[in-house]
Every structure is written in structure tokens, then in C-alpha cells.
Design a protein around this ligand. Structure first.
Ligand SMILES: Cc1cc2nc3c(=O)[nH]c(=O)nc-3n(C[C@H](O)[C@H](O)[C@H](O)COP(=O)(O)O)c2cc1C
Length: 139
């Protein structure tokens, strides 16, 4: 898009031009959390939705996001996380788990789901499904 100004690309919806960069310039990785402070449930719901909407190769999304709420499990996870206090002190703990052994069943379930959500027949997805079969072997 040579004739399009970068600022214009960002100025969509309610995100003003430059706002994203502005936020990225002040952000930092939090190392110490106040265990008393909690992210409001409505904000967590939005953040969870953001994770669920994350794109992936072919849309397969071979992952699970596990929100760990049990304090005793969080303690055990701290033991295997270089004893970092963030694991128990942060308001919420989300474990990102990736599925490395995608199988034919996964592909089948995914293709069935596409057909259902988009209201298309399985026939129209047959080439796509074949492509996914090749992809599996590269994981
Ligand atoms: C892949 C990855 C793993 C990280 N792991 C940890 C971690 O285990 N503990 C932690 O406190 N910060 C972790 N961080 C945050 C980095 O330490 C932090 O981003 C880096 O120090 C730069 O600081 P900044 O993000 O505040 O600019 C991780 C960051 C990345 C990208």
C-alpha cells in the first residue's frame, strides 16, 4: 500500500493514529504484583476473548489457554517456574499449552466445525482438508 499513510491504517474504529505505538512505548513486563489487587471479571472476560480470537496458521489454533485458579496448583507451578513470585501473586495465571501432535481427528473436527459455522458443505472444503493433512506432518 505505497500511497497509504501508516497513520491512516491505525486510525480505524476507536484506535486513533499513533495510539498503539504510544502504548507500546510505555508498557513494561511487571515483575512484582500486589496479591490483593484483582483484574475485574469483565476485563478478564475480554482478555480471554482476545486469546480465543488469536489467529494461527490455517486457523487450526492448536492450543489451549488454561486459567489456573487453584492456589495450591499455582504454588506447584511456581516450583517449576524458577520460583518466580509472579506465578502466585499475579491477579490471574494463564498457562499457554500447545498441542504438538495434531492428528486426523483434530483435522476432522476442525473441518466439521468450519462447515457448521460458515454454513457450507463438507465437499467445498475437501481440498482445504487435504492441505491440512499435509500440514499435520510438519508439526
Ligand atoms: C518469551 C518471553 C519469556 C519471558 N519470561 C519471563 C519470565 O519467566 N519472568 C519474567 O519476570 N519476565 C519474563 N519475560 C519478560 C522479560 O523479562 C521482559 O520483557 C524483558 O525484561 C524486557 O522488559 P520490558 O518488557 O519491561 O521492556 C519474558 C518475556 C518473553 C518475551
Amino acid at each position: 500500500m505505497p500511497s497509504t499513510d501508516a497513520g491512516q491504517i491505525l486510525a480505524c474504529g476507536s484506535l486513533p493514529a499513533g495510539a498503539l505505538l504510544e502504548q507500546l512505548r510505555w508498557r513494561y513486563a511487571t515483575k512484582k504484583f500486589d496479591p490483593q489487587r484483582k483484574i475485574p471479571a469483565e476485563n478478564c472476560k475480554i482478555l480471554e476473548e482476545v486469546l480465543v480470537c488469536s489467529p494461527s496458521s490455517f486457523g487450526l489454533q492448536p492450543w489451549r489457554f488454561v486459567v489456573v485458579t487453584d492456589p495450591s496448583v499455582r504454588e506447584r507451578l511456581r516450583d517449576v517456574s524458577w520460583n518466580q513470585a509472579q506465578v502466585v501473586d499475579a491477579s490471574h495465571l494463564v498457562v499457554f499449552a500447545i498441542k504438538k501432535d495434531l492428528n486426523a481427528e483434530d483435522v476432522e473436527r476442525y473441518v466439521q466445525r468450519i462447515a457448521q459455522v460458515r454454513g457450507v458443505s463438507l465437499d467445498t472444503l475437501s481440498h482445504y482438508k487435504t492441505g491440512l493433512g499435509y500440514l499435520r506432518s510438519s508439526f
